[in-house]
Design a protein around this ligand. Structure first.
Ligand code: IMP
Ligand code: MG
Length: 179
């Protein structure tokens, strides 16, 4: 275990099993459809790549990069689109695939934006749901794990661009960001 990690929440094995389960649920939901899977860079990429490999429906892959966090552990409360989609979502079934829902600000804004662009439907898949931190009225349609209000890293999730490549999800030691 990395020395900045207080404890491991989900092991590589647990992640693999649960992500496959949830992705298969989404796959059944989209039977007969051709959804656009919108991955949210960068934190969502590892979850995204494991998730889509469990889909059998013909899904189109696309990406957006948005940020609501600076390099810190506290939300800045402003959504910035850093990279937009390549595809036009008008009339399409969109599945947003994101690492974590915290205050809900990012996903509430993204969902609204994609609806405004004329998507036929917009659903949300998340790896982690930090339910006690929710400030906006939004919840994922497909979620792998509920977690407490703790700052987690690994499996794509970072703190100041570090720890993304850890194969597990761990709680970051407070001493790392409370310096
Ligand atoms: P929200 O807009 O407050 O829901 O925040 C969502 C975004 O904040 C996620 O896409 C993550 O990038 C980031 N985030 C929230 N909580 C954590 C965490 O515990 N670890 C790493 N990133 C987090
Ligand atoms: Mg993110």
């Amino acid at each position: 275990m990395h020395s900045d990690v207080e404890r491991i929440l989900f092991t590589e094995k647990q992640l693999k099993k649960r992500v496959a389960e949830v992705a298969r649920e989404a796959d059944a939901f989209y039977a007969g459809k051709n959804p656009v899977c919108v991955g949210i860079l960068k934190g969502g990429i590892i979850f995204y790549s494991d998730f889509i490999r469990n889909l059998t429906v013909p899904a189109e892959l696309d990406f957006m990069s948005v940020s609501s966090y600076g390099s810190g552990a506290v939300s800045s409360g402003k959504l910035k689109i850093k990279k937009d989609l390549d595809c036009d979502v008008k009339g399409r079934d969109v599945l947003i695939i994101e690492d974590i829902i915290d205050s809900g600000f990012t996903l509430a804004n993204l969902k609204r934006l994609l609806c405004e662009r004329g998507a036929a439907s917009v659903k949300i898949a998340t790896l982690l749901n930090k339910r006690p931190a929710r400030k906006y009225d939004i919840c994922p349609d497909f979620n792998c794990f509920d977690i407490e209000n703790e700052f987690v890293i690994g499996y794509g999730l970072d703190y100041a661009e570090r720890y993304r490549s850890l194969p597990y999800i761990g709680v970051l030691k407070r001493s790392v960001y409370e310096k």
